[in-house]
Design a protein around this ligand. Structure first.
Ligand code: GDP
Length: 204
């Protein structure tokens, strides 16, 4: 079993409709346009995988992907640009805290932020909801900055993270374009999803 084996399972608007809360689950989140779909597609080695989450009707829903019966990835809709009716937005706003409070199989939260604009208010609010879970902050689009700019933005981000109780090791510079940070993040995902303690599969 490998990250590239991920397949779309279902889209559901409510926690109560999610697949059974067993095994291991990792969740992806971020502001709209942060680069979440690009990151998911790169990390799971499939172009267009996360596109499904942007289809109408699936934008205010838990978009669930599966590696097998016991390992799942949930793609949450990008927050920030709510182009949905208030009633839908309010209902969704109630589901998210329930998900993070109740989901026993949740092993890790991957929060994507544009490296140039990290830790905005909506990100910080989101992080208060997820506080009791392991989190990695993916600072995306790093290729848009020079190495020295990256270092400066990372050091500022580390300070913002510290205020929220997030350790410096939980921040990763990432680029879906260049692949920067991919190996570290893939390793963490394999760990969270329990793929690293499996014996390697024989080559075909
Ligand atoms: P989402 O709304 O968070 O899913 O963001 P997308 O993955 O759709 O990306 C939003 C825009 O940013 C698109 O135009 C992407 O091509 C671009 N983008 C995403 N990741 C990167 C990256 O690592 N580097 C660069 N240069 N552009 C990126």
């Amino acid at each position: 079993m490998q990250l590239k084996d991920l397949k779309f399972m279902t889209s559901v608007p409510q926690v109560s409709q999610l697949p059974d809360d067993t095994g291991r689950e990792v969740v992806f989140a971020g502001r709209s346009n942060a680069g979440k779909s690009s990151a998911i597609n790169l990390l799971f080695g499939q172009r267009g995988l996360a596109k499904v989450s942007k289809q109408p009707g699936r934008t205010q829903a838990f978009n669930v992907f599966g590696l097998d019966e016991t390992r799942r990835v949930v793609d949450l809709p990008g927050y920030g640009y709510a182009k949905v009716p208030d009633s839908v937005q309010r209902r969704w706003g109630r589901e998210i805290p329930i998900y993070f409070a109740e989901r026993q199989s949740l092993c890790g939260v991957v929060l994507i932020m544009d490296v140039r604009h990290p830790f905005r208010d909506t990100d910080n609010q989101f992080l208060t909801i997820t506080a009791q879970h392991p989190v990695v902050v993916v600072l995306s689009k790093a290729d848009k900055l020079s190495k020295s700019q990256q270092a400066r933005h990372l050091s500022d981000a580390i300070k913002s993270a510290a205020v929220l109780g997030i350790a410096p090791e939980s921040l990763v510079l990432f680029s879906a374009t260049s692949g920067q940070g991919r190996a570290d993040l893939s390793g963490l995902l394999e760990h969270w999803l329990g793929l690293d303690d499996e014996a390697p599969e024989p080559e075909d």
